[in-house]
Each structure stands twice: as C-alpha cells, then as structure tokens.
Design a protein around this ligand. Sequence first.
Ligand code: UT7
Length: 331
Amino acid sequence: MNKLHAAITGVGAYVPGYILTNEEISKMVDTTDEWIMTRIGIKERRILNTPDSGTSDLGSKAVEDLLRKTNTKPEEIDLLICTTVTPDMQFPATANIISDKVGIKNAFSFDLNAGCSGFLFGLATASKYVESGQYKKVVLVGADKMSSIVDYTDRSVCPIFGDGAGAVLLEPTMENVGIIDTILRTDGFGRIHLHQKAGGSVKPASHQTVDAREHFIYQEGQPVFKYAVKGMADISEEILTKNGLDHNSLDWLVPHQANLRIINATAERMKLDKEKVMINIEKYGNTTDGTLPLLLWEWEKKLKKGDNLILSTFGAGFTWGAIYLKWAYNS
Ligand code: UT7
C-alpha cells in the first residue's frame, strides 16, 4: 500500500526593501567589500528598518504571499509552525501573532527554535502532522529579523546576517513525492561557540547586560566554521547514499546560506556541479530561518515535479541535518 507523504505544494516569501551594502558596512566597521566577498561571499543583505516592526511582520507577509499564490483561504489552515531565533517577544509565540495578522482562525500554532536549522527541523516536524492524516493544510514559516540581535560594531558578525522570511504549504499526497527521508542531529556542547549571552532566564536583561552588549549574537567564527563544514558535508553525503542517490540523480542541493565556502565544501563532497546548487547568499546574506524557503521561492519556476532535492543545514545549538524530498509540482 502506498504511504501518505507530506508534499510542499506552494512557496511564499518576503524580504524587506532596504538594502544594506558592503560599502555601507565598511563605513560602520573596519572591513572591505573584498574581505566580505572572499571570506563569506555576501554582497548585500535586506534590513527591516520600519519602526515597531518585527519578525511577525516579515513572516505574515511571507504567509500572505503563500496563501495568495496557492489560492488558499486563511480559514482552511489547520496548523502554522513558525521557526525563528528572533521572536517578536519571549511569549507568546510569534506563530500565534502571524496567525492573528493573516486571519488564520481554525488552527493551532507554535514556534520552533533550532538555530539556523530551524526551517529544516520545522519541515521534519510539520511533515509528521501531515503524514498522520489528521492535518490537511499545514503552513511552515521561517522568519528572522536578524538585525535585531546583530552588533553593528562587531566586524566579525555584522556582515553575515540579513532579515527575511519564507513559507511553504504542506499537504498530504498518495503520490511518491514530498518528504522522503530526514536525518536530524544536535550537539548542545556547541552552544559555547555560538549564543546570545543575556535576555534569557539565566541572565535576564539588566543595565549591566546592555552595557556589556550581551543581547547580541556571540560567535566564535573559526570553530563554528570547522564544525559547519564537516557537519553539513557529512550529513548531506549520508542522506544521498542512504537513499541510493548520486551526483547525477540528485537535481538540486538546497544548502543553508551561512558562508559560500561552507556551501562549496558541501557541494564538492557530493561531487555536484555548481549548476545544481541553489545559492543566493550574495543578495540576502544569512537570514537564519529564512534561507531555505527563500531559495525554494527563488528557484520555484525551475523546479519540476519529481525532481530530487536535498536540503541541508548547520547552525546554533549545534543543530544540523538533511532532508531528501521529491518536488511535487510544476509551476
Ligand atoms: O549560520 C550559523 C552558523 N554560522 C556559521 O556558519 C559561520 C561560520 N564561520 C564563518 O563563516 C567564518 O569563520 C567568519 C566569516 C565568521 C570569519 O571568517 P574567517 O575566515 O574564519 O576569519 P577569522 O575569524 O579567522 O579572522 C581572520 C582575520 C582576523 O584578523 P587577524 O586576527 O588575523 O589579524 C579577524 O580579525 O580576519 C579579521 N576579520 C575581518 N577583517 C576584515 C574578521 N572579520 C573581519 C571583517 N573584515 N569583517
């Protein structure tokens, strides 16, 4: 008997209009366009600079785009999951705020935080609800206003991140398309290299934490880079071979966009041609939970039903993983 699969049946996205260029960053900190392009591969990133706007504003615009494109009414949605590391507030969940803003009334919603692997872990989670047969229309939205936790006086971090959001609709299908296989990993030890020092229950906000700039991203670039290259390449290769795929039968690699050198190392390990690797880091930087859906959104028209895709990520936690899916529709 055929198994019920969860298939992506639409993609929506939103990036804010303001473009922060390397030239502008070079005026804030001691850096150059040449250094950023060579070491990271980013030319510009989008910034949400509208006052009193947050992650839910990015996420709700992406969900509105998704609902419009898929001709879906908000009332039809059964579940909305938002993956983010920059929630509007500690509570309630940004997912609830997005649902409220777009008029999703007949659903439950919650947030999921898995660092830069959030969207991938969210896709694995959302697909299980769909495969259970109980939920017919599930929205997964990855959204981050990274500019709210980036220290624009720290040259080792500020060129990397940008703001953005993307959303997918997941629906059940009996066809052999959709999410086929999932490998997810975490290693909490990695938190020492990448975290936000204050603002949580261990160190609530105080004058001291603000003065010490502890509400921004703390990242030790080199160890994170080392673990990211190994983690993403290993797991991408693992899911490839586990599913009997190779560089010929795989159509697309959809890698997290943290550093072009990490993406290239992963593609090389998989012996993949450049043409099969989705890359938009140059335009958007690392949007954390936005990277994977923004890639799918940009490449949507090129994707064909039955295409083999591997999505892979590495991020804070540490968290890493890969998903093998067969694309479910032609645009
Ligand atoms: O998505 C979440 C997971 N995060 C990641 O995957 C990020 C992984 N790490 C990286 O992408 C890289 O480590 C960075 C982009 C963060 C840094 O690149 P790097 O090649 O590892 O540089 P580095 O930290 O080894 O620094 C090399 C030099 C240092 O100078 P000295 O000590 O050699 O004189 C830094 O101070 O480059 C300096 N540097 C810069 N120079 C110009 C650091 N940032 C900059 C900058 N402009 N923006």
